[in-house]
Design a protein around this ligand. Structure first.
Ligand code: NCD
Length: 318
């Protein structure tokens, strides 16, 4: 199966061969980026609109850079001022934008499912840049590419995802992607931050870091997402760091060549010790950011090709 979809809304509908195609294309762009040879004609003449209803640093910046590197006209809408909780507002915004005939719409929204809803109302390709605690497909793809480059493969690895799993769309998309590629996934979190119904994911569950990290190849840390918490999920940040923060002593339980990942933004001293995050022998956090640009170039390139092919099939001039 090759990636023929119109939108990239989540990892859930993707077949492993589609994931591999996206990663192979991203790998190609990662090389071209390092050589400063990104082709400016791939998205030339196309309009990309970034609509971020939630704060973002690296995701928004990397979608913008990815689009510009491939020659798209990129526009960032200032969504912060608008109301984010009304479905009506979102649909109205979508219809207004749709009338301007964009080709690619990149959307982040605090409500799970909001991006899917929007995709049903527009004629262009929609990319989910994170919806509530539901999915963040390009993050999972960039994490997968980073792992594949560091470990030389993306199957039969033992991968620990640690921290605030309950509130994390990054964890959800990663669990699905890494599961589809046949890896062993361990979730490590205090019971208050472990999502309910986790058994159906086919993962191992731990509430002790040292036990959970034993002999893993990859340690993926998550941010404590206080903006999605409406009560006391942890006793204190100090206590949390003591039990669940990644430091050298806990990391010593993983394989000696285990890599450390974090999607950012990091809370140093809360979920990760600053010296581990900065250790160039263990941490691939900067490489994750670099791969983010390549993955978004690949996703937009493939979606633009699919749109072109669909137009040709229906006989409409491209
Ligand atoms: C993540 C997100 O927004 O879901 N960040 C990101 O995209 N780099 C994770 C987070 O905010 O903690």
């Amino acid at each position: 199966m090759t990636f023929r979809a119109r939108h990239l809304l989540g990892i859930e509908p993707l077949h492993p061969t589609e994931i591999t195609e996206l990663l192979d294309t991203a790998q190609h762009y990662a090389e071209l980026n390092r050589q400063g040879r990104a082709p400016r004609d791939v998205l030339a003449g196309l309009t990309q609109i970034n609509m971020f209803f939630e704060n973002s640093t690296r995701t928004q910046a990397s979608f913008e850079i990815a689009g510009k590197r491939l020659g798209a006209d990129v526009m960032n809408m200032a969504m912060q001022a608008s109301s984010v909780k009304k479905g009506e507002t979102l649909i109205d915004t979508a219809l207004t934008l749709n009338a301007m005939r964009p080709d690619l719409l990149v959307v982040r929204h605090p409500n799970s499912g909001a991006v899917d809803l929007l995709a049903q109302k527009v004629n262009c390709s929609v990319l989910n840049a994170g919806d509530g605690r539901h999915e963040h497909p390009t993050q999972a793809l960039l994490d997968a590419l980073t792992i594949r480059r560091a470990k030389g493969r993306l199957h039969r690895l033992s991968i620990a995802i640690c921290g605030d799993i309950a509130h994390s769309r990054v964890a959800r998309s990663n669990i699905m992607l890494l599961g589809k590629m046949e890896n062993r996934i361990r979730l490590i979190a205090p019971p208050t931050l472990m999502p309910s119904g986790v058994a159906e994911f086919g993962v191992e569950v731990f509430d002790d870091m040292e036990e959970g990290l034993r002999d893993v190849d990859v340690v993926m840390m998550l941010r404590l997402q206080k903006e999605r918490m409406d009560g006391g999920f942890i006793p204190s940040e100090r206590e949390y760091f003591h039990r669940y923060g990644l430091d050298a002593a806990k990391l010593a339980h993983a394989k000696p060549d285990a890599i450390v990942m974090h999607p950012g933004p990091m809370n140093r001293g809360v979920e990760i010790d600053g010296t581990i995050a900065d250790d160039i022998n263990r941490s691939v956090i900067q490489e994750q950011v670099e791969m983010g640009v390549a993955v978004r170039m690949a996703a937009m390139d493939l979606l633009a090709r699919n749109a072109r092919a669909a137009r040709q099939e229906t006989g409409v001039m491209a």
